[in-house]
Design a protein around this ligand. Structure first.
Ligand SMILES: Nc1ncnc2c1ncn2[C@@H]1O[C@H](COP(=O)(O)OP(=O)(O)OP(=O)(O)O)[C@@H](O)[C@H]1O
Ligand SMILES: [Mg+2]
Length: 159
């Protein structure tokens, strides 16, 4: 099953991220798939807002992963924001140990994460960014989904 949300512009993609934060729980890993400039970082900025992150979130392209502390009522203390576009081998993604990091009341959002699906296994959600005409994007969510998430994502797709 998958959920879609049409985002007319960058602000709409940020709002989609902010709303998506409600479907997140500690331990989640979310892969963000879509071409250069598709809006992955823009979406993470919105997720940060939804998780009560006060830092300015920028692209972690050169650092691979950045941590942001958040204040929210779903117990997510840390947002790990990774970008694996520039990794030379999957070992570098393994070394990030995101699976362990998210055990500490955290979530991880991974730009270009679909390039390293085998590292993350099957228990992940994926958000795919499809470019439409002009500035519009369609966001498609699929992956490992518990019942509570279905309700949250129904609301997300209907907004
Ligand atoms: N509907 C939209 N959603 C998101 N971004 C949009 C949209 N329309 C225009 N934009 C613009 O497209 C750019 C998206 O950049 P962003 O850094 O979020 O992409 P990205 O997918 O993270 O790219 P990269 O793969 O290089 O990390 C921004 O300049 C943003 O303002
Ligand atoms: Mg980016």
């Amino acid at each position: 099953m998958s959920w879609r949300r049409y985002c007319l512009d960058a602000a709409a993609t940020q709002r989609a991220g902010e709303d998506f934060a409600r479907a997140l729980r500690p331990g989640d890993i979310v892969l963000l798939a879509g071409q250069l400039g598709a809006g992955k970082t823009t979406f993470v900025q919105g997720v940060g807002r939804g998780l009560g992150v006060s830092d300015r979130i920028t692209s972690p392209t050169f650092t691979m992963v950045r941590q942001h502390e958040g204040v929210n009522d779903v117990g997510i203390a840390t947002l790990h924001h990774a970008d694996v576009y520039r990794v030379d081998s999957l070992d570098e993604v393994v070394d990030l140990a995101l699976g362990e990091l998210v055990e500490e009341s955290a979530v991880a959002l991974v730009e270009w994460g679909e390039l390293a699906t085998s590292v993350f296994g099957r228990e992940v959600m994926t958000v795919t960014f499809v470019l439409d005409d002009d500035d519009a994007r369609t966001l498609v969510v699929d992956g490992a989904l518990s019942d509570f998430r279905r309700d949250e994502l129904d609301a997300w797709a209907g907004a």
